[in-house]
Design a protein around this ligand. Structure first.
Ligand code: SAM
Ligand code: SF4
Ligand code: SF4
Length: 354
């Protein structure tokens, strides 16, 4: 029984301001911000043309969070534990004045790492500006060096040479390290993986192979199209011996390997064959301000309505703290049983960012 002088302390005030853990005791460490849902490519595994056609309704610019709103939310995510921010999309370099936003992000204390993922085509134009604004490193997506396969995989809006030129501009601007994201699909570009490695071995550019995932609902994913990392690693090892180096920190998505001959590092992101949900500490913010706690989520938490409706920082923090505390996502670990149930409603990757 309560003593008459005993104060009732509301639960919310006890937890307010604290970095939350989800139901599986996972903290928030990374924030991925999709600054733009549009893209200048139409990669069939992400934004197939038949869905993302000329009359597809993308967000209006007024529906996207502006930079001041994004910065305010980012500060609250940092209060919740975020140390690493990745800018993504859609194609983030289509967002006007992105370098200004990156410059402002660098002034938020608590952020230890800012990265950007891009298809690379606009790097020739923006690499120096991004570097000057304070961007440290960059990830460029490049699935193949074969011009025909590239055309098929990017939708035909640019050529391999444009991406290589973008990478060269990033290198000259001093963005380092440069990592490549290479999605391998069996029967589509697996036969070009060795050429890609041969090109980048010894250059300092780190190629990271990503298993093809069933993100969204539009890419006609089939399990047999996934090339398991172990199989790919074995073929690479047969040509250039490699050794496992583990992960840099718990929750890092890529498993690192180095060439035994000293030609550098490569990585494997094996979200299908070796899911890493147990350590997943990534939150995703869509361009219109919804928080998603999993790449395969079916619903998000709207932060834009309260943000634009006059909510205080504490109110907004409480919304995101509560969303994270209730998180129980582990889609990749339960893919087989969840796939059919989630299949129709999963959010698309261009909207929440990869
Ligand atoms: N447009 C930028 C780019 O391509 O780098 C940033 C956004 S894109 C959605 C981020 C990453 O997601 C890219 O590296 C892309 O290859 C990867 N991605 C997209 N769809 C994928 C899928 N179905 N499976 C695995 N990776 C995928
Ligand atoms: Fe665009 Fe990146 Fe998706 Fe390709 S993977 S369609 S470049 S957002
Ligand atoms: Fe994280 Fe969801 Fe991917 Fe699992 S499936 S690693 S919870 S994003």
């Amino acid at each position: 029984m309560r003593r008459p002088d005993e104060k009732i302390i509301p639960l919310a005030s006890l937890t307010q301001g604290r970095a939350p853990l989800d139901t599986l005791q996972r903290p928030i460490h990374d924030l991925r911000i999709s600054v733009m849902d549009r893209c200048n490519f139409r990669c069939p595994y992400c934004m197939p043309r038949e869905t993302f056609h000329d009359s597809y309704r993308f967000l209006k610019s007024s529906e996207r969070l502006d930079f001041a709103e994004l910065l305010r939310l980012t500060r609250l995510f940092v209060r919740a534990g975020v140390k690493k921010v990745r800018i993504t999309g859609g194609e983030p370099l289509l967002r006007p004045n992105l370098a200004d936003f990156i410059g402002d992000l660098t002034s938020i204390s608590g952020i230890e790492d800012i990265a950007l993922t891009t298809n690379g085509v606009l790097l020739a134009k923006y690499a120096s500006e991004l570097k000057a604004a304070g961007l440290g490193r960059i990830t460029v997506s490049l699935d193949t060096l074969d011009p025909q396969v590239f055309e098929k995989l990017s939708g035909g809006f640019a050529g391999v040479a444009d991406v290589l030129d973008g990478i060269e501009h990033a290198r000259r601007a001093g963005l380092s390290p440069i990592k490549l994201n290479t999605v391998i699909q069996r029967g589509v570009n697996d036969h070009t993986a060795m050429d890609l490695l041969a090109h980048f071995r010894g250059t300092g550019v780190i190629v990271r192979f990503i298993e093809y995932m069933d993100v969204g609902t539009r890419n006609h994913w089939k399990p047999e199209m996934v090339m398991p990392s172990r199989e790919l690693a074995a073929s690479i090892h047969a040509r250039w011996p490699i050794s496992a180096r583990g992960r840099n920190y718990p929750g890092e998505v890529a498993e690192r390997y180095t060439y035994d001959d000293g030609a550098g590092e490569i990585g494997f992101i094996s979200s299908v064959s070796q899911p890493f949900c147990g350590d997943c500490s990534r939150a995703r913010l869509s361009s219109d301000g919804s928080l998603y706690t999993c790449l395969f989520a079916t619903v998000g938490t709207d932060l834009r309505a309260p943000l634009r409706g006059g909510a205080s920082d504490d109110d907004l923090f409480e919304i995101l703290r509560s969303a994270w505390s209730q998180r129980r996502d582990r889609y990749s670990e339960m893919r087989a049983s969840l796939r059919d149930a989630a299949g129709l409603h999963k959010v698309e990757m261009n909207y929440i960012g990869g």
